[in-house]
Design a protein around this ligand. Structure first.
Ligand SMILES: [Cu+2]
Length: 131
C-alpha cells in the first residue's frame, strides 16, 4: 500500500514537471544591472493575443517593483508588408508586470522591454517566433 502511494506520487510529480516545462515560454536577459525575465502563457506564441509576465531583479537578486516598464514589439518590413510597431499596456500586479502582445502575423517578432528605475533607463531585447 505504501509503495503504491509512493509510486503514484512519483507519477504525479513527473507529470507536473512535464506540464510546467511544456506550458510556457520563459526567457531571461540582462539589462544593465537588472535581470529581466519574460514568461509567456504559451510554449509557442501564436497569431493573436499572448500574455506576457515580466519580472525584474536587481544585482542583489531582489525583485524590483517600482520600475516603469515600457514594452514595444515589432516586426521589420518584409516584401508586401511595412514595418509593424506596437506598444503594449503594462499592468502591474504585485511584483509582476503584465502585458498582452497582439501579434498580427506569424513570424519573428522583436520585443524591447525598457526599464526606468532610479532615474536610469535600460532595455532588454527578446525575439519570439509566432506560429
Ligand atoms: Cu511580417
Amino acid at each position: 500500500m505504501r509503495k503504491r502511494v509512493f509510486l503514484l506520487l512519483v507519477v504525479v510529480m513527473a507529470l507536473t514537471v512535464t506540464a510546467v516545462y511544456a506550458k510556457e515560454l520563459k526567457m531571461v536577459k540582462k539589462a544593465g544591472e537588472y535581470t529581466v525575465q519574460i514568461k509567456f502563457d504559451k510554449s509557442s506564441p501564436i497569431v493573436g493575443d499572448n500574455a506576457a509576465a515580466i519580472e525584474i531583479t536587481d544585482s542583489m537578486g531582489r525583485l524590483v517593483t517600482d520600475a516603469k516598464i515600457k514594452l514595444d514589439y515589432s516586426m521589420p518590413a518584409m516584401p508586401g508588408m511595412p514595418a509593424m510597431n506596437y506598444s503594449a499596456d503594462i499592468k502591474q500586479t504585485g511584483e509582476v508586470y503584465n502585458a498582452i502582445l497582439n501579434l498580427s502575423m506569424a513570424g519573428s517578432w522583436n520585443i524591447d522591454v525598457k526599464i526606468t528605475h532610479e532615474k536610469k533607463t535600460v532595455s532588454a531585447k527578446f525575439t519570439i517566433d509566432a506560429k
